[in-house]
Design a protein around this ligand. Structure first.
Ligand code: GLA
Length: 738
């Protein structure tokens, strides 16, 4: 069988599958030079090394080399100080006190498996090969192992780096990126996802400027401000045309993704831990592993890029146990009752949930000792006996006796100053000596870099999960970190705390999810403040935003879908007027905005459920019928023009095609809009369920489907209309014939 990784005698390395080829070589000076990343080549080892050596005025020349300047040499893992002036992948302080490292080729290995990353989540192996290239600084005895994994069935390349101090004196790392890729000069654009609380995942697309453009986080979470995602693409790339190079990280803390256009228009992409405020002491004999960086290349536009990500995330990242499992519908108590919750109210809501066909009751915030509002009690994970007299296990059993599943909310990483836990262990929080810790939502962050804190949390949560009646956990995290310091570490390791926190968090998640493999975990951080592949590795779904208004949520889902499959997203029907933005919308639009998300439900109070019982019953029934279809489907962004959004989802078996259309603000005399559907079988017919009309697949893609019309005037029989007015929505369902 042909191998995906091939190495020539003169040390050219080629990774190649049906999706891409990636080639690099070793120069005569020992530098690992990048050669090619793009469409798959027939003979990747023979690809021409385009980079020319020439005398450039005012360029420094690499030690001893002739006409060889690192400042314009594409490299695999650049360092600083020996003629490259661009931002390096590695930077640190050696035992001579300076910051000059020079990493030269030493050796390589190829494996048929994917090695695990120590203490960090990583995508799973299987049908893959891994190339490990070791670079070494002979002077300072720093080795760097570069890991490259290529998969037979995926267009994803994973990379990470492992640093090893082979010397007898300490080294200090300041930049320890996971990967660096140097692309050739071209006109590129960059797409990234930015936002804030309740407005996550906004897309911004700009030309790659000269200089450096960075998205990063120094908040301790990957954050809503910039999701860890960046796509560099040829200018003018569309959903189905154009070269795209996209990157993300399997990391939930301080990250940086950057693109730099250098003086010779070469373009460098870096991915890894944010070097700002990072510093790692590497003692003799010790190693440091970076998180995994993931890259996708396609020449078929952003739509294809998303499909590659989506398939990979489902197959190699989210917990296998849930990968093909349709998600239960749920009623979450948060927007139904907020803190005004007790066991009777839970049972009332459970009855209402049951009456409209919902599968699970989720008890959100407010159930633990003394928790009446957000000023107290985080950390004290025992039921509040005044309001939950019988305790959580008994309540869970009672809810289950009603024929529902039971889920519960935790915010494990936090503590309120007003809590027993804080009184007992004031030094268990992130803090620095002599400064009053800044509060966020009245709470402090526990110091998960300390083992005893992780152990305490494991025990407390495990007690509740072990009662046997918990089907689901919503894992929340509601503030960014400040005064990041740890009483558990010496002064000269304080800048390691953010990363050590992540290692502690991952170990906690691993222990809990391994011990309770059948509990469905949902990731939340005030919505999407930590929605990333690191968390998805443990939790198959996430509450992507606290924005429960459907119109507010459209852009959030659209933006998130560039990287994340809708299988990983949760959505529910919230109250109207909406509590975040006051918008009034129909129940239909509230339901349909989240229709493609695998986890669907409601967060409505008893009166609202009673008032809309029949309609809710209908929607929950639709959710149940389509639950399987929302796992593994192919999602297409068809229209997103500011006032209209149109998405298509083709089920994994290709037999059903859903088309959703949202029209935001109504206006008179609008154009007749069409949806040019994508990825259908051009030779098949598709039956529209609504009226039994049959359409040819090729026509639906090339001539388009007439979308319903928004009218303020005359209504004609031969035209399909949206509901009158603003915020209307429409769902088409097609069945493939034959
Ligand atoms: C965060 C979450 C909400 C809810 C509240 C509870 O804001 O995003 O969904 O769980 O916390 O306090």
């Amino acid at each position: 069988m042909a191998r995906m990784i091939n190495v020539s005698d003169n040390k050219t390395f080629a990774l190649s599958n049906d999706f891409f080829s990636y080639v690099f070589c070793v120069t005569e000076e020992g530098i690992l030079q990048h050669v090619y990343y793009g469409p798959p080549l027939k003979n990747p080892l023979e690809v021409e090394i385009h980079h020319l050596r020439t005398q450039r005025e005012a360029a420094s020349v690499f030690q001893g080399g002739q006409y060889f300047s690192l400042s314009d040499t594409p490299q695999e893992f650049p360092s600083f100080g020996t003629s490259d002036y661009r931002f390096p992948a590695v930077h640190g302080r050696n035992h001579d006190g300076n910051t000059v490292f020079s990493l030269l080729y030493k050796s390589y290995k190829v494996k048929d498996v994917k090695p695990l990353l120590k203490k960090l989540p990583a995508s799973r192996g299987g049908d893959c090969e891994t190339l490990i290239v070791t670079l070494s600084d002979p002077l300072h005895l720093l080795d760097v192992e570069l890991y490259y994994t290529i998969y037979k069935h995926h267009g994803v390349l994973t990379r990470s780096a492992k640093f090893k101090n082979r010397g007898e004196q300490e080294l200090q790392l300041q930049h320890a990126f996971s990967s660096s890729i140097d692309l050739p000069p071209a006109e590129y654009e960059v797409l990234h996802l930015h936002g804030t609380w309740a407005r996550e995942f906004n897309e911004e697309r700009i030309d790659v400027p000269k200089g450096r453009f960075v998205v990063d986080s120094a908040r301790g979470t990957s954050s809503a401000a910039h999701n860890p995602f960046m796509a560099i693409m040829h200018k003018g790339t569309t959903e189905d045309l154009g070269h795209v190079y996209a990157s993300t990280l399997m990391y939930s803390g301080n990250f940086a993704l950057s693109v730099e256009k250098g003086e010779f228009e070469d373009v460098r992409m870096l991915a890894g831990i944010n070097p700002f405020n990072f510093h790692w002491r590497l003692k003799p004999g010790k190693t440091f592993c970076t998180p995994e960086a993931l890259h996708v290349f396609t020449d078929k536009g952003l739509g294809r890029m998303s499909h590659i990500w989506h398939n990979f995330i489902r197959k190699k990242i989210t917990p296998e146990r849930f990968a093909n499992v349709p998600r239960p519908t749920y009623l979450n108590t948060w927007e139904a009752a907020y803190f005004d919750i007790d066991q009777d109210k839970v049972m009332d809501l459970a009855h209402q949930a049951k009456s409209v066909g919902v599968d699970m009751l989720v008890l959100d915030d407010g159930w633990f000792e003394g928790r009446r509002d957000d000023t107290s009690s985080l950390g004290d994970w025992r039921a509040d006996r005044e309001r939950f007299a019988d305790g959580i296990p008994a309540l869970a059993a009672k809810v289950k006796a009603e024929g529902l599943k039971f889920g519960i909310w935790f915010e494990p990483e936090m503590v309120n100053p007003k809590s027993q836990l804080f009184q007992d262990h004031p030094d268990w929080i992130l803090h620095v000596p002599g400064r009053t810790p800044s509060l966020g939502r009245n709470q402090l962050t526990l110091d998960l870099s300390r083992e005893e804190v992780v152990d305490y949390l494991f025990e407390q949560i495990d007690i509740i999960l072990s009662c046997g009646d918990i089907d689901y956990v919503k894992w929340d995290m509601n503030r960014n970190m400040t005064e990041v310091g740890s009483a558990g570490l010496p002064k000269n390791r304080q800048r390691e705390v953010s990363h050590r926190y992540m290692l502690g968090l991952y170990s906690l998640l691993k222990r809990l999810t391994c011990k309770h493999p059948n509990i469905l975990f949902e990731n939340c951080a005030s919505g999407g403040n930590r929605f990333d592949l690191g968390m998805l590795n443990y939790m198959p779904q996430g509450w992507i935003s606290d924005m429960s208004d459907p119109i507010g949520r459209l852009q959030i889902i659209n933006g998130a879908s560039y990287l994340y499959p809708t299988d990983t997203m949760a959505a529910y029907i919230g109250p109207s007027p909406n509590h975040q933005n006051g918008r009034v919308t129909s129940l239909q639009t509230r339901f349909l905005a989240g229709f493609f998300c695998a986890a669907r439900g409601l967060s409505l109070n008893e009166a609202d459920v009673v008032e809309h019982k029949d309609e809710l019953f209908k929607y929950i029934e639709m959710a149940r019928h389509s639950a399987e279809d929302m796992i593994g489907g192919r999602f297409h962004r068809l229209i997103n023009n500011g006032n209209e959004v149109c998405w298509q989802l083709t089920t994994a078996d290709e037999k059903t095609v859903y088309l959703l259309y949202f029209h935001i603000l109504s206006a008179p005399n609008l154009p007749f809009r069409r949806a040019y559907m994508m990825g259908l079988d051009p030779k098949s017919e598709y039956l529209m369920v609504e009226d039994g009309t049959s359409y040819n697949g090729d026509a639906l893609m090339s001539s388009g489907l007439a979308l319903p019309y928004v009218t303020t005037g005359h209504v004609k029989d031969n035209i399909r209309y949206m509901d009158k007015g603003d915020f209307s929505s429409y769902l088409f369902i097609f069945k493939k014939e034959g």
